[in-house]
Design a protein around this ligand. Structure first.
Ligand SMILES: [Zn+2]
Length: 480
């Protein structure tokens, strides 16, 4: 394996020399990787980052220090390496780096979070806060989510600097705090509120999460995340004056709520598509056959075919793409076995389509529950962001880079049901795209789990991918 990689590195070095002129070249069957010294740099950075236990309680100061030092050693001016923390959370430190360009348009902002989810050594087969190479993989907490992608991004930025590359537009790279626990101490959100000038951009590339999918070891497609469903939790509540259970009455807080929930269980939000899911199903259809293929093509037309949508929705993953969904997740009621219930509560967790609103959804729930005695409220703050359109300019730029590395791979825009920092940048009005060059086994994803890892080759390929995508997206034209 090592000799194959060395050979690939030589080839890649040759390709890199002519990259600006002939970036479309990919040697048949060999995926380009960065020159050996850039590979070594990326791996050194990854090792350093994994060794810092940057979990929520500890913060990201240690990671930020390493990243800033690497940037300065590589020749970035002090003014272009900003190390910043919210004074309220001094251990949650962010680094914002800038590679200055020719000012031909607004900058492109790349983001990656520095924090990781906790890992207990006793649960792992290797030490979680140490980089271990085994069986073709690099193991350690954060190797996938997302110190691997962070190291790739940093090594690529440093390589551009060393190559003397001057982009048309500034490339800003922000390494940020506390994505995993979120809201209050989230670095991206804080930077948008307090230091918008430092990170203001025409578009965002968020390298969180592996975008490439392997099925049986074979690369199938790369997903470009263009939108997220909105996370909204509703509280349903009935109250009653209660009384002695020996003297029951027809009015009962539990029965009222239960009857409403039964009506909710029978309800479905209408099927719909958006620019992202239409392109997703259209391209996914090309990888399918028969009925499934026909159904996918039938939901992307000008009028959505209901029967086709219903058949596709039998797959829970497709179901989540085709409409807003709500699920009752918690139920609690009553206070003693011989007392009539004074209160009954249900938690209803919804993932709504990006063009819908929490208040609109609340009104739908009120209508479906069809009982004015059931109060429906939204207890927590909701952050939402619109779909970032999968424009030909952006998707085209990604496709050209993907084709130059993996000619067989399809690019699929995607809407996800989970949340990332792109939520905040979209909320702030900046079109944001979730894309990394990391390929992962679709059935063995270990982010947040035990023995987290990234393929050794997959890691170096991702470093090369970032370098090419930084070049491509910082050109004057591919603004969305
Ligand atoms: Zn992540």
């Amino acid at each position: 394996v090592a000799s194959v990689r060395a050979c690939a590195a030589l080839l890649a070095a040759a390709v890199a020399l002519c990259a600006p002129l002939c970036s479309a070249i990919a040697a048949p069957g060999v995926t380009p990787v960065p020159p050996p010294e850039n590979q070594a740099l990326a791996r050194d950075i990854l090792r350093e980052l994994v060794e810092v236990r940057s979990v929520h309680d500890v913060g990201t100061a240690g990671v930020a220090k390493l990243i800033a030092a690497r940037l300065k050693t590589a020749g970035f001016a002090d003014a272009d390496v900003q190390v910043l923390a919210d004074p309220k959370f001094p251990q949650q430190v962010n680094v914002v780096a800038r590679l200055r360009g020719k000012a031909k348009g607004k900058p492109v902002l790349w983001i990656g979070h520095e924090d990781v989810v906790e890992a207990k050594p006793e649960d792992w087969t290797v030490p979680p806060f140490q980089l271990t190479e085994k069986d073709g993989y690099l193991y350690g907490r954060g190797t996938a989510d997302m110190k691997g992608p962070d190291a790739a991004m940093l090594a690529s930025l440093i390589r551009l600097k060393q190559e003397g590359f001057v982009p048309d537009r500034d490339i800003i790279v922000a390494f940020t705090a506390d994505e995993e626990v979120g809201l209050e101490q989230d670095g991206v959100w804080w930077l948008l509120r307090e230091h918008r000038d430092l990170i203001d951009a025409a578009m965002v590339i968020n390298v969180d999460d592996a975008s490439g999918r392997l099925v049986n070891g074979k690369r199938t497609h790369i997903e470009v995340e263009t939108s997220q469903k909105i996370y909204v939790t509703f509280l349903l509540e009935t109250t009653n004056k209660g009384g002695h259970s020996s003297l029951p009455r027809p009015d009962n807080a539990i029965y009222s709520l239960a009857a409403g929930l039964t009506r909710l269980a029978a309800f479905q939000f209408p099927y719909k598509t958006n620019a992202t899911t239409r392109l997703y199903f259209q391209r996914m259809a090309q990888m399918k056959a028969g009925r499934e293929r026909a159904d996918m093509l039938a939901v992307v037309g000008p009028t959505l075919n209901e029967a086709a949508a219903r058949r596709l929705a039998a797959d829970t993953a497709h179901n989540s793409l085709l409409h807003s969904t709500c699920a009752t997740t918690i139920l609690s009621a009553g206070h003693q076995e011989n007392a009539l219930p004074q209160r009954a509560r249900a938690t209803v967790q919804c993932r709504i389509m990006p063009d819908e609103t929490p208040e609109g959804t609340r009104q739908t729930l009120v209508r479906v529950l069809a009982d004015p005695s059931i109060a429906v409220t939204i207890p927590d703050q909701v952050v939402s962001g619109p779909e970032s359109p999968p424009t030909p300019a952006v998707i085209g730029a990604v496709e050209r880079v993907v084709r130059s590395m993996w000619p067989e791979v399809t690019v699929l825009p995607s809407m996800v049901a989970g949340a990332s920092d792109s939520l905040f940048t979209r909320n702030a009005g900046i079109p944001s795209y979730g894309i990394s060059g990391v390929f992962e086994d679709a059935l063995d994803r270990r982010e947040h789990g035990r023995d987290e890892r990234i393929g050794v080759d997959a890691f170096y390929e991702a470093v090369e991918f970032d370098n090419r995508l930084m070049r491509a997206t910082s050109a004057a034209d591919p603004a969305p």
